[in-house]
Design a protein around this ligand. Sequence first.
Ligand code: PEP
Ligand code: CO
Length: 448
Amino acid sequence: MSTSPWNKDSWKLFPAMQQVDWPDKEQYVNVLQQITDLPPLVFAGEIRKLRKLIADAAEGRGFLLQGGDCAEEFKECTALTIRETMKVILQMAVVMTFAGEKPVIKVGRIAGQYAKPRSSPVEIRDGVELPSFRGDMVNASDFTKEARNPDCKRLLDGYFHSASSLNILRAFTRGGYASLEKVHAWNKEFLKQSKEGKSYEELAFQIEKALTFMRVIGFEPEKVPQLSEVNFYTSHEALLLGYEEALTRQDSLTGIWYDCSAHLLWIGDRTRQVDGAHVEFLRGVHNPIGIKIGPDHDLDDLKRILDTLNPNNESGRMVIITRFGKEKIATYLPPLLRSIKEHGAKVLWSCDPMHGNTFTSDSNYKTRNFNDILMEIRHFFEIHYAEGTVPGGVHFELTGKDVTECMGGAQEIMDHHLENNYATSCDPRLNAQQSLELAFLIADMLKR
Ligand code: PEP
Ligand code: CO
């Protein structure tokens, strides 16, 4: 555990897992220098606002909704794709806020989720072995030797795709599109006939009535930021430390360091070693930090990680994202909650019901079952309520599109449907209807 002085490259003194061996070292240094000279992607004031919201949610005065692609793709950096992802998150949030009666913090896995840790460094297809796809910021997903070669110019492409994504997100959320008066417009044509789409229309209708009433009594919704705008935050896994370091900036107002590549950064289940480079890097930046925790963890290690990342036990700093799977959550979550409670660490508890429930279907697609996802979320809420802790958020891999990647849900997607529109470049995502269905179910759990 490091107690030595931190600076933005002190992580280099520690072992770093899941890094890339860039073939052209000189070009790599050059690219990082260019990113260092470019403007920050997000701003310290926004990050501070998010920390405040997370601090509230950790005490039950809010709920964190984090979601987006497993791996974003450069070619999907379009106004349409970004708008559809944002829309489904806004729909889910409004359902959870209205039916669940909690303010919802909206955080996308978006505008920078371009680098992936992999369980194997190589992929074998029909006897051919190539390096694994590591995300668009590293290599390309096509199964050829050229495509799989790491290319550090992709780091710069990642920066610019993040900047474009953020730009359109800011326009959508500030320019009236995310206004509550547009709540009907967030529904999607292909959803309208489904049960979820209809329930959503009903809820939107009630919100509209409330807004009309406010207008009648002389209130102007467009002048109230809470009604006319949305705060939408970005997040990704802080994996490639050279890139994250290049976007780490000192706030001119406070002198405090922030990683300005996204508002919230998380450490993956594979890179959270207490003596590792990821923990060392993130301990010095003041963003809210997520840590993914799967079944393979050590409670004492975890306490040391929390002490390292949050030595003053500040609220709003730590988000623990558990991802045990529907079978294992009952074994692992209660001792974890007790141990952290006894330690006195302030954290927001979030549930990732995706990564512990992945399997390969008979037709050989990597998939997840809607019911398994739902079951892990139910267990998550029940266990927290039983332990007297706060179930503070959820973390999904989802898309606003009508894909067929996860099985089940009201659409009853079966194994033989997966091939219809299986579009992910990494893990299977919930589609828009499955996401909305979960939002209604979670709203009920929130209201308890
Ligand atoms: C992910 O969130 O895509 C991921 C790789 O998760 P984990 O680190 O929990 O396996
Ligand atoms: Co994933």
